[in-house]
Design a binder for this molecule. Sequence first.
Ligand SMILES: O=C(O)CCC(=O)C(=O)O
Length: 343
Amino acid sequence: MRTKLVCLSNLTTPALPFCPPSLLLLFLTFPSALLRTHRFPPHVWRELDSIRSRLPSVGTRTPVTEAPPSTQSSTEPCLVLSLRAPSLAVMAADSAPNISLPASLDDARIRGMPLAAYYIPDFLSADEERAILDRIASVPKPRWTQLTHRRLQTWPSELIQNRLVDAPLPDWLNDPVVSRLQSIPISLDPDTGHIFSSSPHCQPNHVLINEYPPGIGIMPHKDGAAYHPTVCTVSLGSSLVLDIYKSKNDGALDTTPVCRVLQEPRSLLITTEDLYTDYLHGIADVDEDLDLSETTVANWGLLRSKQPFVDGRNPRGLRTSLTYRDVLKVTKLGNKFSILQKR
Ligand SMILES: O=C(O)CCC(=O)C(=O)O
């Protein structure tokens, strides 16, 4: 079947809000009769037709299919890309020198963890890391929330009563991270989607930026009911260990971690499903992570390099994390004042 591979950087439209800037999409030139069997609303068809008419033809790929029905209150269907090798991940790599993404998340699965979790060591290039850190540093000071020992930024805004006021993420948080996330299929099964295909908005709509100086972490916690249970964490600047915990039968925290994940700078960690709902995660307040080895670190075999940790130690530096999630409830701007009044 003839298809077209396109970069939609200038083609995102109000009718296709699920297509982020610079997303590499596998795009079809299906016979239109076949296309019309899919259940997109008419305005989406108009946009698809308009986009298709503006695209260059670049290759042969497999078809776009409709997303599985969402369990959440999404108003529009997701486009899910059915990918066959060579995957879009390879195309994403082409546009980012020195990046070699796995063909599917299956290749990045952390085997030493209880449930679905994935680790991709070089998700960003060093230049991309520098550019994002520069953008974070250039944000006006009032944008930071200063906690006792660490500070954070929330994009596009803080949640109010677990709701997000509808607003796009800034370009520098979307591209390359979100577009790259959406370019990696969960598996090589042609019907599979990407990691946000089954989330209500088919993409993360919220980013928390946390800055951890050496010696500072975050208490074991769960992320709560506001989000779809998929968390994508990009680490920048320095490595540290994330500890995964479980509660005991009496509800108290078992203070011995179930497992530990070592997050290198420029890496991506994805946690999903029960790992989100049933387990807690935290970062110890230490100057140095100790006892790092193949037997104590769940993602040891997936690290970019074990060399820095051969003595079992990771002296902490300044580490910045970007936590991408999909907030379930989104309020349009017009309703903002009613939310604020209820506060
Ligand atoms: O910075 C991290 O890696 C963890 C952040 C976190 O636990 C959270 O945002 O809930």
